[in-house]
Design a protein around this ligand. Structure first.
Ligand SMILES: *Cc1c(COP(=O)(O)O)cnc(C)c1O
Length: 397
């Protein structure tokens, strides 16, 4: 059934299709060159130069030095590792600051840290999803080991002002980590301008495979390994390098950098057209998140009187992949912690869906979505209404 229906993929913040060029670059490292880069003989050792070439491409994507990049298994590991390192290298500092709207990679790690008797401050956000910078500044204490704040929110696309946060952290002498997993291909990235100490990336959000990530560690920043083992990554991350994944990640970084300008404008235009049409043609809809300080590809919209789970099911039926920001684990949708932190009611949060575009989306796909969505909402609202009326009658009876 999956192969019969064309796929309309509007969930690029969840993951992205692996680019054919990336697969082509990876294949030789799965077929012919399957050695271990740590080996002393050529068949293995020759792979080191391909790993280093990929490292250079990832460094170029964010204007870092290659030696400032380590490979990890994913964005989650990169986030955990940065925070872990700050705590391990400052053993007397037991306070961590992060935000209430981070990816679960941070939120759940914060829960874990509390159980280990660390103190964590989760900074609140305003109704537009933005941070109160003065509150951030006031929250920094002498025992704060690290501030971790995402660059772009995966659910709403809202952007935090990294340069401002970075300046505050620098003036207080506190390391600053940012989860930049959502940013490649969407905004220009330059760690020298940003002034961050740590920055996380994940390959599967930029058209490379899942299971490979990177962490930028600013030169001279003290670092304690999180995954401890062999001396790989100059002792900063144990584990035999996933050579094919690393090469694929490098190729994807190179393509992302080359496509940035064109895609940014084209995708932004598609997103704006899609969002404006939805809000204009479907009554009782509202955008979630600041209109301007936002990624160019993401749209998060609330539909009054409907449950996101129902909308997503109906969209899935006609081949459209979208998501509610929150993960649906048991079939019932928990209201998103991001929309809840923005102060929205459970009903508004539960009636919200996220549409996130990418380089492979076309104008025709957006047209198809705009054709399918309005009747779906009308139908669900009619049902919800009939259901409520029936319920009211049965309660009265
Ligand atoms: C996807 C994502 C992650 C997690 O990356 P994985 O490689 O899937 O572990 C972390 N942060 C943000 C903002 C993300 O969108």
């Amino acid at each position: 059934m999956m192969s019969e229906q064309k796929l309309f993929y509007f969930d690029n913040n969840a993951t992205t299709r692996v680019a054919p060029e990336v697969i082509a670059a990876m294949l030789p490292y799965l077929t012919e060159f399957w050695g271990n880069p740590s080996s002393s003989y050529q068949f293995g050792h020759q792979l080191v130069k391909h790993i280093e070439a990929a490292r250079e491409k990832i460094a170029a994507l964010i204007n870092a030095e290659p030696r400032e990049i380590i490979f990890t298994s994913c964005g989650t590991e990169s986030n955990n590792a940065a925070i872990h390192s700050a705590l391990a290298t400052h053993p007397t500092k037991r306070h961590v600051i992060t935000t209430a709207v981070e990816h679960s990679a941070n939120i759940k790690f914060a829960d874990y840290l509390r159980k280990q008797h660390y103190e964590v401050t989760l900074l609140p956000v305003e109704s537009d999803g933005l941070l109160d910078i003065h509150l951030l500044e006031k929250s920094i204490r002498p025992d704060t080991a690290i501030v971790s704040a995402m660059w772009a929110n995966n659910e709403t696309g809202v952007l935090f002002p990294l340069e401002e946060i970075s300046a505050i952290c620098q003036s207080k002498g506190v390391p600053f980590h940012t989860d930049a997993v959502q940013v490649p291909g969407k905004l220009k990235m330059d760690v020298k301008d940003l002034g961050v100490d740590f920055l996380s990336l994940s390959a599967h959000k930029l058209h490379a495979p899942k299971g490979i990530g990177a962490l930028y560690i600013k030169h001279h920043t003290r670092y304690q390994a999180y995954v401890i083992g062999g001396g790989q990554e100059r002792g900063r991350r144990g584990g035999t390098e996933s050579v094919a994944d690393i090469v694929g990640f490098g190729r994807a970084a190179e393509m992302t950098l080359a496509n940035l300008k064109d895609e940014q404008t084209r995708v932004r235009h598609l997103r704006d057209r899609m969002e404006q049409a939805i809000i204009k043609t479907i009554p009782d809809t509202v955008r979630n998140g600041d209109r301007d300080a936002r990624l160019p590809n993401t749209s998060n919209i609330s539909f009054g009187g409907v449950e996101a789970g129902e909308i997503l099911k109906a969209l899935d039926h006609v081949g459209i992949c979208a998501s509610s920001g929150s993960a649906c684990t048991t079939g019932s949708l928990e209201p998103s912690h991001v929309l809840t932190a923005m102060g929205f009611s459970a009903a508004r949060a539960q009636g919200s869906i996220r549409l996130s575009l990418g380089i492979y989306n076309t104008a025709e796909e957006v047209d198809y979505l705009l054709e399918q969505l309005p009747p779906i909402i009308t139908k669900l609202r009619t049902h919800a209404h009939v259901g409520k009326a029936a319920h009211a009658r049965s309660v009265a009876a």
